[in-house]
Design a protein around this ligand. Structure first.
Ligand code: UD1
Length: 423
């Protein structure tokens, strides 16, 4: 079983460069299908979800080339309409292929991603919006067939919740639909803004970026383009929380500081010192045993992001005070609490709230990553525990972190891959 041995108990010092955002790269790869020429994405991280997307694009008939950190995608003249079930299972984000396939081929056959460890992940908002634009939807078991033989038309769509994924699906559908679409109540997460900028660079006509209402005038096809995705704010949050919890000093480069403000504010409240060094780098210092952050709630951007909730929870395990973090977005965000407890933390979960009563010290343990961000949170926790912890379930972490061991290793964290045999 692939395992990381994490030797904890040391403060972290050094400098790291933050890579591009997974949650930007994945929809951009799907949106490449809308372009008639080659799309070149630069500074793309090597993540297992990016590899899964690459396999989906190849299975649909696209030419995909990796050179260094540059990914070139050339959609073929003839592309398929079906994303094979094995690929849909590998990556929830394959729902992003729904709209581009519908636009390109008049039909999309996908297998619904279903629930995940975070809780139910419905796609009703994606489907309702596509239906408003003229798509017909048939579902049989987990197979979903969406057709629009005469193409999609513009529509006025109001989202009951500003879903990131639904906003991205409907944007991709609207940029090539007939006529004007008005999308109201959209998500304004930085990765949504990145998709808008990408589509605009390929010739899409979109106004209102950054507001809750988007006006989109459809075009027949988009052109090829070159684009560099935005920095990963959740990877930056991971580094900030690791330093906050372990103590130390770090410089983060290639950050978008405005996007990090909700996280920075919380860590400052806990007693960390964080200063911008220009618009694209941040310096943090922490004494290790920070203060707790009572009553933190996640919400949609620009509030505190759900993905960072377990990370901040991990940073507060040795805090001198109480912390309560409630995730308003997903039902089951804190599966990592079991691992926190194994490491000697005093935590409990009630409903959607994680309660942390800071303890003076954590102890090494054998723990298992329950999901992507929960896994990263356990790494942060284990780095604070004296001794050698063993973490399994690291496949979850590889979905969203290029190489977390060497990223944190740049700050002196000692994490090595090993092979742990069950006794
Ligand atoms: C994206 C991110 C994920 C992040 C989340 C919230 C990607 C690949 N993933 O996920 O890391 O945690 O945004 O910032 O970008 N919902 C519905 N119906 C829908 C769609 C969503 O009820 O059709 C609900 C979901 O169940 C959830 C909430 O809306 O409770 C948020 O989901 P959404 O914003 O769509 O998140 P994702 O796009 O799935």
């Amino acid at each position: 079983m692939d395992t990381w041995k994490i030797s904890g108990g040391e403060s972290l010092f050094g400098s790291v460069r933050i890579p591009s955002a997974k949650n930007s790269v994945l929809p951009l790869m799907a949106a490449s299908l809308l372009c008639s020429g080659t799309v070149t994405l630069t500074d793309v991280p090597n993540l297992s979800d990016v590899m899964a997307s690459r396999r989906i694009l190849q299975s649909l008939g696209c030419k995909v080339r990796w050179k260094g950190r540059t990914l070139s995608i050339t959609p073929g003249q003839q592309i398929g309409s079906t994303v094979p079930e094995e690929y849909m299972r590998a990556m929830r984000s394959s729902v992003f292929y729904l709209a581009p396939l519908l636009v390109r081929t008049g039909k999309a056959l996908i297998y619904t991603p279903g629930g995940c460890r975070l809780g139910a992940r419905p796609i009703d908002l994606h489907l309702k919006g596509l239906a408003d634009m003229g798509a017909e939807i048939r579902q049989s078991g987990n197979a979903l067939e969406v057709t629009a033989p005469t193409g999609l038309h513009g529509a006025q769509i109001s989202l009951r919740f500003p879903s990131v994924g639904a906003t991205e699906t409907l944007l991709m559908a609207a940029v090539c639909a007939r006529g004007e679409t008005i999308l109201r109540g959209v998500a304004i997460e930085p990765e949504v803004i990145d998709l808008i900028r990408f589509l605009q660079s390929a010739g899409a006509c979109i106004t209102g970026a950054g507001s809750r209402t988007l006006h989109i005038m459809g075009r027949d096809f988009l052109s090829g383009t070159q684009f560099r995705p935005c920095p990963d704010r959740i990877t930056a949050a991971t580094v900030l929380c690791a330093v906050a919890g372990c103590g130390g000093e770090a410089l983060l480069t290639n950050t978008c500081n405005d996007d990090l403000l909700p996280i920075v504010r919380v860590l400052r409240r806990a007693g960390c010192s964080i200063a911008a060094c220009g618009p694209h780098s941040l310096a943090i210092s922490s004494c290790g045993r920070v203060g707790g952050v009572e009553n933190l709630f996640t919400d949609v951007h620009p509030a505190f992001p759900t993905d960072a909730a377990p990370l901040v929870g991990a940073a507060m395990l040795r805090a001198q005070g109480e912390t309560a973090i409630t995730d308003t977005i997903f039902e089951n965000r804190f599966s990592c609490a079991e691992g926190f407890s194994a490491l000697g933390a005093s935590v409990s979960v009630s409903g959607r709230t994680l309660y942390v009563h800071g303890v003076p010290a954590l102890r090494a343990a054998r723990i298992c990553a329950p999901d992507l961000r929960g896994g990263a949170a356990l790494v942060i926790a284990a780095l604070q525990a004296e001794g050698e912890s063993y973490l399994t379930g690291i496949d979850h972490i590889a979905r969203g972190y290029e190489d977390l061991t060497s990223l944190l290793g740049k700050l002196g964290a000692r994490i090595v891959s090993t092979h742990w045999m069950d006794e």
